[in-house]
Design a protein around this ligand. Structure first.
Ligand SMILES: Nc1ncnc2c1ncn2[C@@H]1O[C@H](COP(=O)(O)OP(=O)(O)OP(=O)(O)O)[C@@H](O)[C@H]1O
Ligand SMILES: [Mg+2]
Length: 447
């Protein structure tokens, strides 16, 4: 059976002619003038492979991901070696414009196979099934025919295996303390001499920057996603976009969040995966603060290629090695956490959240708040244990927030700091958990 292709770009003419001279295995079903037309042809099921012949600069990771999401592969033709390498990195199948007809047919067949293969299914943003990071798999062609073989193995500069762990802080609506825990957990990890990236991926109310006293308006994560979308994010680029925040425990690298909630579509799933992957290639820990909502909005819309409101949150939760679900320890926060754990299980079946209650206090739970909370959780909560209880300490947390300091710096002996440190300490480190790193002269954080 012939593979139907939709084509765009000024350089298809010659390839088309060469194809016409042999009994070929592809059939052109649509010649498009606009990218939107090409996408529509693919989305409608008319084409199994999109061909971009020349003018490939508009091919981004998001486009490849969107096509893969509907089972469509992509072949790009360009004479620029560097551009071919970029396209390979995005998951497109690239070749030069003078590719012989036979080679072109092989590329199309490989792209079509790849788009319906298991890697593509896992890579697509529409897959909620696995923890496999999309960027390691997004359309990364494995076939012998891929142009990687013909054009070299890329830059070879990046460490190949990710080494860091992704730890996500998530929880229901109602400000249970996701950001407070994420920022301070990251600071504790830095103090353990670990290289840490802190990423603000909350698309509803990003607030890592003010928690750290940063007057940063650069939206580092959105910038990193843009670079990743072009297939140009490596560790050095990521380091440049991150704000170095020097704490008493060591240096934290921070990717600040979007500056306004209505800019959520700057954090697309495919490029965010690439950012997370790049971060864990260089860091020991990647701590991510995410928004509360895990609603999968493609269920509400027939436009499966449209950007999804909660794609960033869902992608982080899918990729997280450890997911901390933070609930507020009161009569409103607990049932909210119970319900949201159910929603999480439906949206991200692979998720295995660690339950942590924050703002634990007598005024909300009675004389013995810890016991009251554990009893109530046993009766009403899902069958998973509470792994941490963080006390409510208004003055301490407010003072740290006011000074833009972490609790490790502002109140190292406070129970709230100790409880957060316990969440990320190994047993050996737990023995030394109250040790306070000495301040270093000249330490300043950017403002
Ligand atoms: N253990 C605590 N004790 C006292 N105050 C706390 C504690 N944890 C968080 N807070 C305060 O609660 C408020 C909300 O905290 P935070 O911003 O961390 O919540 P969030 O879940 O990230 O909220 P958002 O929905 O805005 O993302 C802040 O004013 C913070 O200082
Ligand atoms: Mg927050």
């Amino acid at each position: 059976m012939k593979v139907p292709i939709a084509v765009i770009g000024p350089d298809f003419g010659d390839v088309g002619e060469r194809l016409g001279r042999r009994g070929h295995s592809v059939v052109v079903v649509r010649e498009c003038d606009e990218l939107a037309e090409l996408i529509a042809a693919c989305q409608s099921g008319a084409a199994r492979v999109a061909v971009v012949a020349g003018g490939t600069a508009d091919v981004t990771m998001t486009l490849v991901d969107r096509l893969l999401a509907v089972g469509v592969g992509i072949v790009c033709l360009t004479d620029d070696d560097g551009e071919r390498r970029r396209l390979d990195g995005l998951g497109a199948f690239a070749a030069s414009v003078d590719v012989p007809a036979e080679g072109f047919e092989e590329l199309v067949a490989a792209a079509a196979d790849h788009a319906t293969g298991p890697d593509a299914m896992r890579a697509s943003s529409f897959s909620f099934v696995g923890a496999l990071p999309a960027a390691t798999a997004v359309g990364r062609p494995r076939s012998e025919v891929q142009s990687r073989a013909a054009h070299g193995e890329g830059t070879g500069e990046e460490p190949s295996e990710p080494r860091g762990r992704i730890m996500a802080f998530w929880g229901p609506v109602g400000s249970p303390g996701r950001t407070t825990l994420a920022v301070n957990a990251a600071a504790e990890l830095v103090a353990q001499n670990r290289k840490v990236f802190l990423i603000d991926a909350d698309t509803y109310g990003p607030s890592v920057a003010p928690h750290l006293g940063l007057l940063d308006e650069s939206a580092g994560l959105a910038q990193a996603c843009r670079v990743a979308d072009q297939g140009q994010l490596d560790s050095q680029a990521l380091d440049r976009l991150a704000v170095p925040v020097v704490t008493q425990g060591g240096e934290l690298r921070v990717l600040t969040g979007i500056t306004r909630a209505d800019r959520w579509n700057e954090l697309r799933a495919a490029s965010l995966s690439a950012v997370l992957d790049a971060a864990r290639r260089t860091a020991d820990d990647v701590v991510v603060d995410v928004g509360f909502c895990v609603e999968a909005d493609e269920e509400l819309s027939f436009d499966t290629m449209a950007p999804r409101r909660n794609a960033a949150t869902l992608r982080v939760l899918e990729m997280a090695d450890r997911l901390v679900a933070v609930g507020s320890a009161d009569a409103i926060g607990m049932p909210r956490l119970v319900r949201s754990i159910d929603e999480l299980a439906a949206a991200v079946p692979s998720a295995n959240p660690d339950i942590v209650f924050n703002k634990v206090r007598r005024s909300a739970l009675g004389r013995f708040p810890d016991r009251a909370l554990r009893d109530a959780w046993e009766r009403f909560g899902p069958a998973r244990p509470i792994v941490g209880l963080v006390p409510f300490e208004e003055e301490t947390v407010d003072a740290a927030l006011l000074s833009g300091q972490t609790l490790l710096e502002a109140a190292p002996q406070s129970p709230v700091r100790r409880a957060i440190a316990d969440l990320v300490c190994s047993p050996v480190q737990r023995k030394r958990r109250f040790a306070v790193p000495s301040a270093r002269a000249g330490v300043r954080r950017p403002r």
